[in-house]
Design a protein around this ligand. Structure first.
Ligand SMILES: NC(=O)c1ccc[n+]([C@@H]2O[C@H](COP(=O)([O-])OP(=O)(O)OC[C@H]3O[C@@H](n4cnc5c(N)ncnc54)[C@H](O)[C@@H]3O)[C@@H](O)[C@H]2O)c1
Length: 275
Protein backbone atom coordinates (compact mmCIF):
# COMPACT_ATOMS: atom_id res chain seq x y z
CA UNK A 1 0.00 0.00 0.00
CA UNK A 2 1.28 3.48 -0.84
CA UNK A 3 0.67 6.61 1.24
CA UNK A 4 2.42 9.01 -1.18
CA UNK A 5 4.73 9.94 1.69
CA UNK A 6 7.53 10.93 -0.69
CA UNK A 7 5.47 12.46 -3.47
CA UNK A 8 7.60 14.94 -5.41
CA UNK A 9 10.74 14.19 -3.38
CA UNK A 10 14.13 13.48 -4.91
CA UNK A 11 16.76 11.25 -3.38
CA UNK A 12 20.10 9.48 -3.72
CA UNK A 13 20.36 5.86 -2.57
CA UNK A 14 23.77 4.27 -2.01
CA UNK A 15 24.42 0.55 -1.66
CA UNK A 16 21.86 -1.49 -3.63
CA UNK A 17 23.89 -4.56 -4.63
CA UNK A 18 21.21 -7.21 -5.11
CA UNK A 19 17.58 -7.72 -4.19
CA UNK A 20 18.49 -8.68 -0.59
CA UNK A 21 20.19 -5.32 0.03
CA UNK A 22 18.47 -2.99 2.47
CA UNK A 23 19.12 -0.18 -0.04
CA UNK A 24 17.37 -2.12 -2.80
CA UNK A 25 14.20 -2.56 -0.73
CA UNK A 26 14.34 1.09 0.31
CA UNK A 27 14.67 2.25 -3.30
CA UNK A 28 11.64 0.20 -4.36
CA UNK A 29 9.62 1.50 -1.42
CA UNK A 30 10.68 5.12 -1.98
CA UNK A 31 9.63 4.80 -5.62
CA UNK A 32 6.26 3.36 -4.57
CA UNK A 33 5.83 6.34 -2.23
CA UNK A 34 6.29 8.76 -5.12
CA UNK A 35 10.01 9.63 -5.01
CA UNK A 36 12.41 10.07 -7.91
CA UNK A 37 15.74 8.42 -7.24
CA UNK A 38 19.33 8.32 -8.41
CA UNK A 39 21.05 5.05 -7.53
CA UNK A 40 24.75 4.80 -6.83
CA UNK A 41 27.26 2.13 -5.92
CA UNK A 42 30.98 1.42 -6.22
CA UNK A 43 32.06 0.79 -9.82
CA UNK A 44 32.93 -2.83 -8.94
CA UNK A 45 29.39 -3.44 -7.63
CA UNK A 46 28.05 -2.42 -11.06
CA UNK A 47 29.72 -5.50 -12.49
CA UNK A 48 29.08 -7.90 -9.60
CA UNK A 49 25.56 -7.00 -8.52
CA UNK A 50 22.26 -6.52 -10.28
CA UNK A 51 21.68 -2.80 -9.72
CA UNK A 52 20.76 -2.31 -13.40
CA UNK A 53 17.69 -4.52 -12.93
CA UNK A 54 16.60 -2.31 -10.04
CA UNK A 55 17.22 0.86 -12.06
CA UNK A 56 14.98 -0.43 -14.86
CA UNK A 57 12.30 -1.51 -12.39
CA UNK A 58 12.00 1.94 -10.78
CA UNK A 59 13.03 4.11 -13.74
CA UNK A 60 16.14 5.43 -12.00
CA UNK A 61 19.50 6.47 -13.38
CA UNK A 62 22.72 5.08 -11.94
CA UNK A 63 25.75 7.25 -11.21
CA UNK A 64 28.70 5.09 -10.11
CA UNK A 65 30.79 6.41 -7.21
CA UNK A 66 33.36 4.90 -4.92
CA UNK A 67 32.16 6.39 -1.63
CA UNK A 68 35.75 6.78 -0.40
CA UNK A 69 36.62 8.99 -3.37
CA UNK A 70 35.82 12.69 -2.91
CA UNK A 71 35.89 13.47 -6.65
CA UNK A 72 33.46 10.63 -7.36
CA UNK A 73 31.13 11.96 -4.68
CA UNK A 74 31.28 15.52 -5.98
CA UNK A 75 30.52 14.25 -9.46
CA UNK A 76 27.64 12.21 -8.04
CA UNK A 77 26.10 15.24 -6.35
CA UNK A 78 26.43 17.35 -9.54
CA UNK A 79 24.97 14.62 -11.74
CA UNK A 80 22.15 13.74 -9.34
CA UNK A 81 20.95 17.36 -9.03
CA UNK A 82 21.12 17.65 -12.82
CA UNK A 83 19.21 14.38 -13.43
CA UNK A 84 16.62 15.08 -10.75
CA UNK A 85 16.29 18.73 -11.78
CA UNK A 86 16.86 20.30 -8.38
CA UNK A 87 18.05 19.88 -4.82
CA UNK A 88 18.05 16.56 -2.98
CA UNK A 89 15.42 15.78 -0.34
CA UNK A 90 16.83 12.54 1.03
CA UNK A 91 19.98 10.41 1.02
CA UNK A 92 20.49 6.83 2.19
CA UNK A 93 24.05 5.73 3.03
CA UNK A 94 23.84 1.92 3.08
CA UNK A 95 27.49 0.94 2.84
CA UNK A 96 29.64 -1.34 4.93
CA UNK A 97 32.73 -3.46 4.41
CA UNK A 98 35.62 -4.73 6.55
CA UNK A 99 38.64 -6.30 4.88
CA UNK A 100 39.62 -7.91 8.20
CA UNK A 101 36.19 -9.60 8.37
CA UNK A 102 36.37 -10.64 4.72
CA UNK A 103 39.80 -12.18 5.11
CA UNK A 104 39.09 -13.80 8.49
CA UNK A 105 41.59 -11.66 10.44
CA UNK A 106 40.81 -11.78 14.16
CA UNK A 107 40.13 -8.53 16.07
CA UNK A 108 43.25 -9.14 18.17
CA UNK A 109 45.42 -9.58 15.09
CA UNK A 110 44.41 -6.74 12.76
CA UNK A 111 46.08 -5.83 9.53
CA UNK A 112 45.95 -2.05 10.02
CA UNK A 113 45.93 -1.23 6.33
CA UNK A 114 42.76 -3.29 6.10
CA UNK A 115 41.42 -1.64 9.26
CA UNK A 116 41.95 1.79 7.67
CA UNK A 117 40.31 0.69 4.43
CA UNK A 118 37.22 -0.66 6.20
CA UNK A 119 36.98 2.50 8.31
CA UNK A 120 37.15 4.67 5.20
CA UNK A 121 34.50 2.64 3.35
CA UNK A 122 32.14 2.10 6.29
CA UNK A 123 32.44 5.34 8.27
CA UNK A 124 34.45 8.18 6.73
CA UNK A 125 32.55 7.76 3.45
CA UNK A 126 29.52 9.10 5.32
CA UNK A 127 31.42 12.28 6.21
CA UNK A 128 32.72 12.60 2.64
CA UNK A 129 29.19 12.20 1.26
CA UNK A 130 27.76 14.82 3.59
CA UNK A 131 30.65 17.20 2.97
CA UNK A 132 30.05 17.03 -0.80
CA UNK A 133 26.32 17.68 -0.28
CA UNK A 134 26.98 20.48 2.24
CA UNK A 135 29.63 22.33 0.27
CA UNK A 136 27.55 22.21 -2.91
CA UNK A 137 24.46 23.29 -0.96
CA UNK A 138 22.68 20.38 -2.64
CA UNK A 139 20.18 19.46 0.10
CA UNK A 140 16.69 20.96 0.27
CA UNK A 141 15.52 22.57 3.51
CA UNK A 142 13.95 19.92 5.74
CA UNK A 143 15.81 17.23 3.84
CA UNK A 144 16.80 13.99 5.55
CA UNK A 145 20.02 11.96 5.55
CA UNK A 146 20.13 8.41 6.97
CA UNK A 147 22.95 5.89 7.41
CA UNK A 148 22.63 2.31 8.57
CA UNK A 149 24.32 1.08 11.73
CA UNK A 150 24.41 -1.90 14.04
CA UNK A 151 24.26 -2.29 17.82
CA UNK A 152 27.84 -3.54 17.98
CA UNK A 153 28.63 0.19 18.16
CA UNK A 154 27.40 0.06 21.79
CA UNK A 155 27.78 -3.57 22.85
CA UNK A 156 30.29 -6.33 22.21
CA UNK A 157 29.59 -8.83 19.44
CA UNK A 158 33.02 -10.49 19.14
CA UNK A 159 32.76 -11.66 15.53
CA UNK A 160 31.63 -8.25 14.27
CA UNK A 161 35.32 -7.39 14.52
CA UNK A 162 36.47 -3.89 13.47
CA UNK A 163 33.02 -3.15 12.01
CA UNK A 164 31.95 -2.43 15.61
CA UNK A 165 34.44 0.46 15.75
CA UNK A 166 33.44 1.63 12.28
CA UNK A 167 29.79 1.78 13.31
CA UNK A 168 30.63 3.74 16.49
CA UNK A 169 32.51 6.24 14.31
CA UNK A 170 29.67 6.37 11.79
CA UNK A 171 27.15 7.18 14.51
CA UNK A 172 29.40 9.92 15.85
CA UNK A 173 29.75 11.47 12.37
CA UNK A 174 25.94 11.53 12.11
CA UNK A 175 25.73 13.60 15.30
CA UNK A 176 28.66 15.89 14.53
CA UNK A 177 27.74 16.64 10.92
CA UNK A 178 24.05 16.62 11.80
CA UNK A 179 24.65 19.59 14.10
CA UNK A 180 26.00 21.74 11.26
CA UNK A 181 23.48 20.44 8.74
CA UNK A 182 20.67 21.28 11.16
CA UNK A 183 21.91 24.75 12.09
CA UNK A 184 22.92 25.90 8.63
CA UNK A 185 20.59 24.05 6.26
CA UNK A 186 17.66 22.68 8.29
CA UNK A 187 18.60 19.15 7.24
CA UNK A 188 18.32 16.21 9.64
CA UNK A 189 20.85 13.40 9.99
CA UNK A 190 20.19 10.09 11.75
CA UNK A 191 21.42 6.52 11.88
CA UNK A 192 19.18 3.46 12.01
CA UNK A 193 20.54 0.60 14.08
CA UNK A 194 19.10 -2.41 12.28
CA UNK A 195 18.64 -6.07 13.33
CA UNK A 196 20.95 -8.67 11.77
CA UNK A 197 19.68 -9.10 8.20
CA UNK A 198 20.55 -11.82 5.65
CA UNK A 199 22.32 -9.73 2.98
CA UNK A 200 25.73 -10.07 1.34
CA UNK A 201 27.32 -7.78 3.97
CA UNK A 202 25.44 -9.41 6.87
CA UNK A 203 26.26 -12.96 5.90
CA UNK A 204 29.94 -12.08 5.63
CA UNK A 205 30.12 -11.92 9.44
CA UNK A 206 31.38 -15.15 11.02
CA UNK A 207 28.68 -17.09 12.88
CA UNK A 208 25.92 -15.03 11.23
CA UNK A 209 23.31 -17.84 11.39
CA UNK A 210 23.67 -18.18 15.17
CA UNK A 211 23.74 -14.42 15.53
CA UNK A 212 20.50 -13.80 13.65
CA UNK A 213 18.64 -16.69 15.33
CA UNK A 214 19.70 -15.49 18.78
CA UNK A 215 18.60 -11.91 18.05
CA UNK A 216 15.26 -13.19 16.78
CA UNK A 217 14.65 -15.17 19.99
CA UNK A 218 15.65 -12.19 22.14
CA UNK A 219 13.43 -9.62 20.40
CA UNK A 220 9.79 -9.43 21.54
CA UNK A 221 8.75 -8.49 18.00
CA UNK A 222 11.34 -10.71 16.29
CA UNK A 223 14.09 -9.38 14.02
CA UNK A 224 13.32 -6.47 11.74
CA UNK A 225 13.69 -7.58 8.10
CA UNK A 226 15.23 -5.59 5.25
CA UNK A 227 11.69 -4.72 4.14
CA UNK A 228 10.81 -3.49 7.64
CA UNK A 229 13.96 -1.36 7.54
CA UNK A 230 12.96 0.10 4.17
CA UNK A 231 9.53 1.01 5.58
CA UNK A 232 11.05 2.70 8.62
CA UNK A 233 13.58 4.59 6.52
CA UNK A 234 10.76 6.01 4.37
CA UNK A 235 9.19 7.56 7.48
CA UNK A 236 12.49 9.30 8.20
CA UNK A 237 12.58 10.67 4.65
CA UNK A 238 8.98 11.89 4.92
CA UNK A 239 7.74 15.22 6.27
CA UNK A 240 6.30 13.42 9.31
CA UNK A 241 9.66 13.29 11.12
CA UNK A 242 10.99 16.82 10.56
CA UNK A 243 12.36 17.38 14.05
CA UNK A 244 14.09 14.02 14.49
CA UNK A 245 17.82 14.54 14.16
CA UNK A 246 21.21 13.53 15.67
CA UNK A 247 19.64 10.22 16.72
CA UNK A 248 20.73 6.63 16.55
CA UNK A 249 17.36 4.90 16.18
CA UNK A 250 17.09 1.24 17.12
CA UNK A 251 15.09 -0.75 14.62
CA UNK A 252 15.48 -4.20 16.04
CA UNK A 253 12.15 -5.60 17.32
CA UNK A 254 13.10 -4.47 20.83
CA UNK A 255 16.36 -6.46 21.06
CA UNK A 256 18.45 -3.56 22.40
CA UNK A 257 16.39 -3.20 25.58
CA UNK A 258 15.99 -6.88 26.46
CA UNK A 259 18.20 -8.52 29.11
CA UNK A 260 17.01 -12.04 28.43
CA UNK A 261 13.91 -13.60 26.86
CA UNK A 262 11.92 -16.63 27.89
CA UNK A 263 13.03 -18.55 24.78
CA UNK A 264 16.71 -17.91 25.42
CA UNK A 265 16.30 -18.86 29.10
CA UNK A 266 14.61 -22.11 28.11
CA UNK A 267 17.33 -23.01 25.61
CA UNK A 268 19.93 -22.33 28.29
CA UNK A 269 18.10 -24.39 30.93
CA UNK A 270 17.75 -27.33 28.49
CA UNK A 271 21.49 -27.23 27.79
CA UNK A 272 22.30 -27.12 31.50
CA UNK A 273 20.00 -30.06 32.30
CA UNK A 274 21.73 -32.17 29.60
CA UNK A 275 25.04 -31.87 31.49
N1 LIG B 1 22.94 -7.07 7.11
C1 LIG B 1 22.98 -6.82 8.41
O1 LIG B 1 22.92 -7.72 9.27
C2 LIG B 1 23.06 -5.38 8.86
C3 LIG B 1 22.70 -5.03 10.18
C4 LIG B 1 22.82 -3.71 10.59
C5 LIG B 1 23.31 -2.76 9.70
N2 LIG B 1 23.67 -3.12 8.43
C6 LIG B 1 24.22 -2.10 7.53
O2 LIG B 1 23.34 -1.91 6.44
C7 LIG B 1 24.10 -1.35 5.37
C8 LIG B 1 23.75 -2.07 4.08
O3 LIG B 1 24.23 -3.37 4.07
P1 LIG B 1 23.38 -4.63 3.57
O4 LIG B 1 23.20 -5.49 4.76
O5 LIG B 1 22.20 -4.19 2.80
O6 LIG B 1 24.44 -5.39 2.64
P2 LIG B 1 24.85 -5.26 1.09
O7 LIG B 1 26.07 -6.10 0.96
O8 LIG B 1 23.69 -5.56 0.23
O9 LIG B 1 25.22 -3.72 0.93
C9 LIG B 1 26.50 -3.17 1.21
C10 LIG B 1 26.80 -2.20 0.07
O10 LIG B 1 28.00 -1.46 0.31
C11 LIG B 1 28.51 -1.16 -0.99
N3 LIG B 1 29.90 -0.70 -0.94
C12 LIG B 1 30.99 -1.36 -0.46
N4 LIG B 1 32.09 -0.61 -0.66
C13 LIG B 1 31.69 0.54 -1.27
C14 LIG B 1 32.36 1.72 -1.73
N5 LIG B 1 33.70 1.85 -1.62
N6 LIG B 1 31.65 2.70 -2.32
C15 LIG B 1 30.30 2.58 -2.46
N7 LIG B 1 29.60 1.51 -2.03
C16 LIG B 1 30.30 0.50 -1.45
C17 LIG B 1 28.39 -2.53 -1.67
O11 LIG B 1 28.61 -2.47 -3.07
C18 LIG B 1 26.98 -2.92 -1.28
O12 LIG B 1 26.04 -2.44 -2.21
C19 LIG B 1 25.55 -1.41 5.79
O13 LIG B 1 25.94 -0.18 6.35
C20 LIG B 1 25.52 -2.48 6.86
O14 LIG B 1 26.62 -2.41 7.73
C21 LIG B 1 23.53 -4.40 7.99
Amino acid sequence: MSYNLLKGKKGIIFGALDENSIAWKTAVKAHEEGAEIVLTNAPIAMRMGSIKTLAEQIGAEIVPADATNVEDLENLVDKATEILGGKIDFVLHSIGMSVNVRKGKHYTDQNYEWTAKGWDVSAVSFHKTMQALYQKDAMSEWGSIVALSYMAAQRVFPDYNDMADNKAYLESIARSFGYFFGKEKKVRVNTISQSPTPTTAGQGVKGFDGFIAYADKMSPLGNATAQDCADYTITLFSDLTKKVTLQNLYHDGGFSNVGVSQEVMEAFVEKESEK
